[in-house]
Write a protein that binds this ligand. Structure first.
Ligand SMILES: [Zn+2]
Length: 244
């Protein structure tokens, strides 16, 4: 009898976990509830970079973007901003958009609503210290939402992506990232790339090869007349992109 009760309790706890984590994530992502997965400018691509700022790679990436006069968007981890504020100041000075990617790179699935609110508040605070501007954009790590994410993050526009390349793996960056970038260069797309390789499941050197392939992609894109846009630039003509 007691074994049955234990099994029932375990199943019930698992069911509650799904209700709090996987179900909201699937509903929000499949039905596109309150999230942006494509941009309204069908002639441009929005390059977005997660997980930085990284002391080894983000400056290299910023040098590359500067060389091609491309404005991008960075979803930064608050604790890394704390250790590398000068990189975020540079991003801002060079016209890139900066959004929140939690203070610690932790999934919303294992956070209470109160902890999530704290993660957003702390990251916004540290970004604002660098930029002296409000923060409008948010992307949760791994694209994970919990039951309260939309409520807690209601003051931000939540930016997801429609093109992902597994660029956190060195092998993929070396072998087929460039082909994948070319194959997916449709206007209106949001590309998800990563300028740091120290998060769980990533290869530390992957951004080094991502930057090399991105350089080739930008060279060829320039020849083919493909345009790139940051989220702040997009907002100049599409007020709906922002919720505030
Ligand atoms: Zn991430």
């Amino acid at each position: 009898m007691s074994v049955m009760i234990l099994i029932f309790c375990a199943l019930f706890t698992f069911f509650l976990f799904l209700i709090y984590t996987v179900f909201p994530t699937l509903v929000i992502r499949i039905f596109g509830v309150r999230i942006i997965q494509k941009i309204s400018d069908e002639k441009s691509i929005a390059l977005t970079f997660d997980d930085g700022p990284d002391p080894d790679y983000t400056h290299q990436l910023l040098d590359l973007l500067k060389r091609f006069n491309v404005k991008a968007s960075f979803f930064v981890v608050g604790e890394k901003v704390k250790h590398n504020p000068e990189i975020v100041r540079r991003m801002h000075a060079e016209g890139h958009t900066i959004g929140i990617h939690h203070f610690h790179h932790i999934s919303s699935w294992i956070m209470s609503p109160f902890r999530l609110r704290e993660q957003l508040r702390l990251t916004e605070e540290i970004i604002t210290e660098c930029t002296k501007e409000k923060v409008y954009f948010y992307r949760p790590p791994w694209g994970h939402f919990n039951l309260f994410s939309l409520l807690v993050g209601r003051k931000y526009s939540i930016i997801m992506w429609n093109k992902i390349f597994k660029d956190w793996k060195t092998d993929i960056c070396k072998n087929n990232l460039l082909e994948k970038l070319h194959a997916n260069n449709e206007g209106g797309s949001i590309f998800l790339l990563h300028d740091s390789g120290v998060t769980l499941g990533a290869d530390q050197e992957a951004p080094k090869y991502m930057i090399k392939k991105l350089e080739k992609f930008l060279e060829e894109s320039r020849r083919n007349g493909i345009k790139f846009i940051s989220l702040n630039e997009l907002y100049q003509f599409d007020k709906k992109t922002r919720v505030i």
